[in-house]
Design a protein around this ligand. Structure first.
Ligand code: HEC
Ligand code: HEC
Length: 444
């Protein structure tokens, strides 16, 4: 019998104390008077034990129960180690016989990566039509109904031709070189906070919907295990293989040059970008606000002073370099007192931002720039490749006014059959009016 029952003796209260005392008496050489004293105590304790009989009984039962569980666990452990012994551990010089080879099921649970050529994909398929429903349900809260991104959540569509810009819009469509990464990433980590809940078919359908949102497939295209690996992404050729071992490592292996060194080293520029999530949409990093003059110089005597962290300029103070935000703010200065509507419209315009620029220096993106839209002929922005639908509208001399814009923004595809604007329309009451007011604040 194991020693484990002893552990439970203190839990037996009075009875336990009695047993403990008896043990003490038997094992030590006490004088007669001491023994008498102890016998008296024992008597008292036994009396207590009698009054506590009910309690003790319950506790004894509990102890027996626990003891049985301990025995059960011992048996299970013994069984398990017997199994472990049978699964012969890998031998390393015969000395480190720890562990055992992973079981095929264990390897499968970890080995979920999908390679660019599609290896590792499970069986399954899906199309954008089904994907839209799942995406709207599980992803749109953060990524927008059309994968255009809500607030600061990542944009998954559009941004084509922006990779050379200061603030490229890197989306699945514009940036990701392999479709396998989308499958793998979504499968492993999305929906955010509920990773691992999508079935393979759901994931295929969602990936198809993301492609559709990027205008890369039509809604009948069936994405499958067999064709995913061969799908060519727009930026597939935009990456180079890392060949630093061949190109660079040799250079660092030569003796460092320690001649003609400068006597004093001064920091002339600060390359630190605070990795701060911008408060409004867009992907601009915030520049560190410290100026070069405030930075110390370093010499043999040490730094000229220890810098303290520079304070951020106050929100309402004009920033040194105008950002998109301040330009937009300046441009939206309302003249006719409808500031609220314009502000609401600016928010709505976040839905458009993934594809349209507006304001000073606005360029064509996946959609045309939208400056001075009211009164503008449809399909008339230089250098933008419109769909045939808009070319027809241009030829017909159709003009943007409040009515036509309202019709178009409510249901783009219905209003302008064949338009390539992948946007299903503004559904919320007041959004069209608000965004129209916002658009009106931008002239040439
Ligand atoms: C609760 C908000 C939320 C939900 C819902 C959500 N995502 Fe995301 N998603 C994020 C965040 C945040 C990131 C950025 C994570 C990071 O960078 O570590 C992200 C990143 C992504 C990216 C990578 C974007 C990039 O360019 O790096 C993809 C693709 C994506 N999500 C797809 C999905 C899909 C598909 C679903 C639905 C099945 C989904 N997400 C649901 C918040 C969400
Ligand atoms: C997914 C990208 C995308 C989104 C989002 C988007 N657009 Fe467009 N938009 C386009 C494209 C592409 C065109 C050109 C359509 C064509 O040629 O058929 C276009 C055309 C337009 C035009 C016609 C411009 C002209 O020169 O005649 C207007 C106006 C417009 N969009 C407004 C909006 C507004 C307002 C929103 C937001 C509520 C929005 N768009 C959202 C891509 C988008």
């Amino acid at each position: 019998m194991s020693k484990s029952p002893n552990i439970f003796i203190p839990a037996l209260g009075g009875t336990a104390l009695a047993v403990g005392l008896a043990y003490g008496v038997a094992s030590r050489d006490y004088g007669a008077d001491k023994i008498e004293l102890l016998e008296t105590r024992l008597g008292q304790v036994e009396a207590n034990a009698m009054t506590a009989t009910e309690k003790a009984k319950a506790e004894a039962a509990r102890a027996a129960e626990l003891e049985a569980r301990v025995a059960e666990m011992h048996a299970a452990a013994a069984e398990r180690s017997a199994i472990a012994v049978n699964l012969t551990a890998p031998e390393i010089d015969g000395s480190l016989a720890i562990g055992r080879p992973a079981l095929p099921e264990e390897i499968a649970a970890w080995d979920v990566d999908v390679l660019p050529d599609g290896r590792g994909l499970p069986a399954g398929s899906g199309n954008a039509f089904d994907g839209e429903e799942i995406f709207v349900d599980k992803c749109a809260a953060c990524h927008g109904d059309f994968a255009e991104g809500v607030d600061n959540w990542p944009v998954l569509a559009g941004g084509f031709d922006t990779l050379g810009d200061k603030d490229p819009v890197k989306t699945v469509g514009s940036y990701w070189p392999h479709l396998s990464t989308v499958w793998d990433y979504v499968n492993r980590s999305m929906p955010f906070g509920e990773a691992g809940t999508l079935t393979p078919d759901e994931t295929y359908a969602i990936v198809a919907y993301i492609l559709y949102s990027n205008d890369l497939i039509d809604d009948e295209f069936e994405l499958t295990r067999d064709n995913l690996g061969t799908f060519e992404m727009p930026n597939g050729g935009g990456f180079v293989i890392d060949d630093r071992p061949a190109q660079e490592y040799a250079k660092w292996r030569t003796e460092p040059c320690m001649e003609n060194c400068k006597e004093e080293v001064a920091v002339t520029m600060r390359s630190v970008f605070l990795v701060e999530t911008p408060e409004e949409g867009g992907s601009e990093s915030t520049m560190n606000h410290a100026s070069v003059e405030e930075l110390p110089t370093f010499s043999a005597a040490g730094p000229s002073f220890i810098p303290v962290a520079a304070e951020k300029p106050r929100e309402d103070a004009p920033a040194e370099t105008p950002t998109e935000e301040t330009e937009a703010a300046a441009a939206t200065e309302p003249t006719d007192g409808n500031a609220e509507l314009v502000a609401a419209g600016e928010k709505v315009f976040k839905k458009c931002k993934a594809c349209h620029q507006i304001g000073e220096g606005a360029k064509n993106r996946s959609g045309p720039q939208l400056n001075a839209l009211m009164g503008r002929t449809m399909g008339a922005v230089d250098g933008f490749e419109y769909s045939a639908a808009f070319q027809d509208a241009l030829d017909a001399g159709r003009i943007w006014d409040e009515a036509s814009l309202a019709g178009f923004l409510a249901k783009p595809k219905a209003y302008m059959k064949g338009t390539k604007m992948s946007f299903s329309g503004l559904r919320k009451d007041g959004d069209v009016e608000a965004v129209t007011e916002y658009l009106k604040t931008f002239g040439e």
